[in-house]
Design a protein around this ligand. Structure first.
Ligand code: NAD
Length: 249
């Protein structure tokens, strides 16, 4: 098993890509704490994971990821539950596809709070706990294929994912001497609630342009996270791995 004995935090782990990451991490032997936007959704995810994997070591938590103090406190408590912390996945994210002139200041703040500030806070808390424990670890964030070319509406979302890639490029250099590897996975169109919310007439033409000829499944994306959290990627840091079927390549 690739993650035997590792202890992992996954934000946005209650559904979609984050849930698939939690499931694959458990299958590979990791203890996992999933963070959700509400305690009830985190508890429901834990219950579902335990139903399929009765031996799993899994916990559910919530906190306001945009508040640094709350994140440090909650990650510290999660590390205490699990008996340590080796890997953090900053996956929680939201999309907002309004055109520029319909984009509100509130939309902008919501996207930046979760997609950028929460990633900064999660990376900070991860690095703090890993440094205090005196060992290295991994921090992996969910970016997006839109951080290559942008997108024709909803400017906040691609902007936030370009910011994530910038954080990866900087933090990989800063944290490498501490043995902490920092990477991202950039999914293409992946079958989750985020995509289910989009109209079919918007999705079908996008799929038609994907060289691999299909939408990604959450498990396709989760496998890249397994690799980056495992010792198989021991010489990989600062990478943004596309898992997009070569969409828009
Ligand atoms: P999803 O909507 O299915 O899941 C989002 C997760 O984020 C949920 O677990 C939810 O609890 C959590 N979340 C939402 N708002 C939150 C908040 N305010 N505080 C804390 N947690 C919150 O979405 P998904 O498609 O699984 O997306 C996961 C990540 O993948 C996101 O970062 C997204 O930008 C990225 N992504 C998705 C796609 C796609 O096609 N689905 C493509 C590229 C990147």
């Amino acid at each position: 098993m690739l993650l035997e004995g590792k202890k992992a935090i996954i934000t946005g782990g209650t559904r979609g890509i984050g849930y698939a990451i939690a499931e694959r991490f458990i299958e590979e032997g990791a203890a996992v704490t999933v963070f959700g936007s509400r305690q009830e959704t985190a508890d429901a995810a834990v219950e579902k994971l335990l139903a399929d994997h009765p031996e799993a070591k899994v916990w559910g938590r919530t906190c306001n990821l945009a508040e640094m103090d709350e994140v440090v406190e909650a990650f510290t408590a999660a590390a205490e539950d699990m008996g340590g912390l080796d890997t953090v996945v900053n996956n929680a994210g939201i999309s907002q596809s309004a055109p520029l002139l319909d984009y509100t200041a509130e939309d902008w703040k919501k996207v930046m709070d979760l997609n950028v500030t929460a990633v900064f806070n999660g990376s900070y808390a991860a690095a703090k706990l890993m440094e205090e424990a005196g060992h290295g670890g991994t921090i992996t964030t969910t970016s997006s294929m839109v951080a290559k070319y942008g997108q024709p509406a909803g400017v906040g979302y691609p902007t936030s994912k370009f910011a994530v890639n910038g954080m990866v490029q900087s933090l990989c250099r800063e944290l490498a001497p501490k043995g902490i590897r920092v990477n991202a996975v950039a999914p293409g169109i992946t079958r989750t609630d985020m995509v289910a919310a989009l109209p079919e007439k918007m999705i079908a033409p996008l799929i038609a342009t994907i060289p691999l000829g299909r939408m990604g499944e959450p498990e396709d994306v989760a496998n890249a996270f397994v690799y980056l959290a495992s010792d198989m990627s021991s010489y990989v840091t600062g990478a943004v791995i596309p898992v997009d079927g070569a969409a828009r390549a």
